[in-house]
Design a protein. Structure first.
Length: 488
């Protein structure tokens, strides 16, 4: 019986299948597109391999594409029909159980099963990767960190793939607020594997969360050849570059990145890419900048997907696109559909309507966020505050990162200011100041609050500080940094 490169025995898998599995897992760790072909090759060579079948199932879910999940579910159920899972070794049995839970919509249960698997088999890197991504999708920052941290002792410093594990660990550390340790760990991962785009992503998050814009830009510029094209995180890391530009007051640069890399004309319309596009344009909208043509094309892309209830985080960004494009009826229709779906209960519905985790995520966070975005679009700022204020410290429940969820947190702040909720706005700004005391966005917020309470002197000082805070954050010459003409 074959083994994988980490020493795990592979049930019902020959040497050729094992070789393809190793290739698939490596591509997965580094977010390389060839993972799709490598998985197909593994399935063709060893169709009875539980590892190959589980890997294919995870791929069907982790991209948050409902069509991909449906196809993966059909293939997986066909495999299970001819397999006695109870007779399998423990590791393979747990993988199949976790994959089945994923496909049934129980992301939390799948994460639990993979944690149980990693306890006994800490060198099963597929279990660690899939579990880490599920922790991200469910917003579980502590487990995002500790799932990997708990396994690292089983990996020697000379292990080739200790590097990508460090990259994962760095992201968990960052999302848990351990910024210094996250930066050290992420940079160590990048040193081992310069094209470890998840590690690049982790370090980029650290600079984002600490408001270290100039360092973030320099970091991405200096490593552009390693991350800026040809991987599944290309769009997302360009999105981070655009966020740096917005913080620096370089809106035109952010839009150049948007057009060239975040939502280019040739965009495939994947949910992960469209939500980045929506989050970027929404920040510009909150700053008072309308982009009707860009919003219209983005709203068209979301509408073409016709997503059923599948992942609440995606729903919120679809609503952003519809509201930004002025298509209130489409936003209202999506919200009404999710309300009806919640009223029906979880149950064992047919096809895409089967779910567990997303039901709770939609009910607790997703639907109120969508309703708040609609209210913001209609200028009902008091309703926005009423909806978002109770959620602001548990919004992570519906997934994403701190940086991604900040679009919603900014929506709350902007509406608090617009609604004359001065005490709430002051508190929110004070919270933000504690994390990013030099943020130009925060200083502008303070200026607007000072205007509202009639303190002209404080408003002038705050605006001066906002302008000063942007100086030197980014180059100002044409052809800034590594903004692409064609990122692919």
């Amino acid at each position: 019986m074959a083994t994988d490169r980490y020493g795990n025995t592979l049930y019902a898998c020959g040497p050729e299948g094992a070789e393809h599995l190793d290739r698939a897992v490596e591509a997965l760790l580094f977010f390389r597109p060839e993972v799709t072909q490598a998985v197909a090759d593994a399935l063709a060579a060893s169709p009875g391999s539980p590892d190959a079948q589980a890997l294919a199932a995870y791929l069907g879910v982790l991209g948050t594409e409902h069509t991909g999940a449906a196809a993966a579910r059909t293939r997986f159920e066909r495999f299970l029909a001819g397999c006695d899972a109870s007779a399998l070794p423990e590791r393979e049995r747990l993988h199949l159980a976790a994959a089945g839970a994923c496909l049934a919509g129980d992301l939390h249960g799948a994460g639990d099963l993979l944690e149980e698997l990693s306890l006994a088999y800490p060198r099963d890197v597929l279990a660690l990767f899939a579990g880490h991504q599920l922790d991200f999708l469910t917003g579980d920052a502590v487990r995002l960190r500790d799932r990997i941290g708990g396994a690292l002792s089983a990996w020697g410093r000379a292990d080739e793939h200790r590097g990508p594990l460090l990259g994962m660990y760095a992201f968990g550390l960052e999302e848990s607020g351990h910024y210094r340790r996250a930066e050290e760990t992420g940079l160590a991962a990048v040193e081992r594997h310069p094209r470890d785009v998840w590690a690049v992503h982790a370090v980029t998050h650290v600079y984002e969360m600490q408001g270290r814009v100039a360092e973030g830009v320099a970091f991405l510029d200096g490593r552009a050849d390693d991350w800026a094209r040809g991987n599944y995180l290309t769009v997302h890391n360009w999105w981070h570059y655009a966020l740096y530009a917005l913080e620096a007051g370089a809106e035109e640069t952010a839009l150049r990145v948007y057009d060239a890399a975040v939502h280019p004309a040739e965009s495939a319309g994947l949910a992960m890419e469209l939500l980045d596009a929506a989050a970027l344009l929404w920040r510009l909208r909150l700053a008072g900048r309308e982009e009707p043509e860009r919003w219209a094309r983005l709203a068209d892309a979301w509408a073409a997907r016709a997503d059923p209830p599948f992942y609440a985080f995606n729903d919120a960004h679809a609503v952003m696109a519809y509201v930004g494009a002025g298509r209130i009826a489409q936003a209202e229709a999506l919200v009404a559909d999710r309300r009806r779906w919640l009223a029906e209960g979880e149950g064992e519905g047919e096809g895409e309507r089967r779910t567990l985790s997303n039901h709770a995520m939609t009910a607790e966070i997703g639907l109120p966020v969508c309703e708040a975005l609609l209210a913001q679009g209609g200028g009902d700022h008091a309703a926005v505050v009423e909806l978002l204020w109770p959620l602001r410290r548990r919004i992570q429940v519906f997934g994403g990162s701190h940086a991604q969820r900040d679009a919603v947190q900014r929506t709350l702040l902007e509406s608090a200011l617009a609604a004359g909720e001065h005490d709430r706005a002051r508190l929110l700004l004070s919270e933000r100041d504690g994390l990013r005391p030099d943020s130009p966005y925060n200083w502008l917020g303070r200026a607007r609050l000072a205007d509202a309470i009639g303190d002209a002197a404080l408003a002038a000082v705050a605006r001066e500080r906002a302008v000063g805070a942007t100086k030197g954050l980014m180059p100002t010459a044409p052809g800034l940094g590594v903004v692409p003409n064609s990122p692919r």
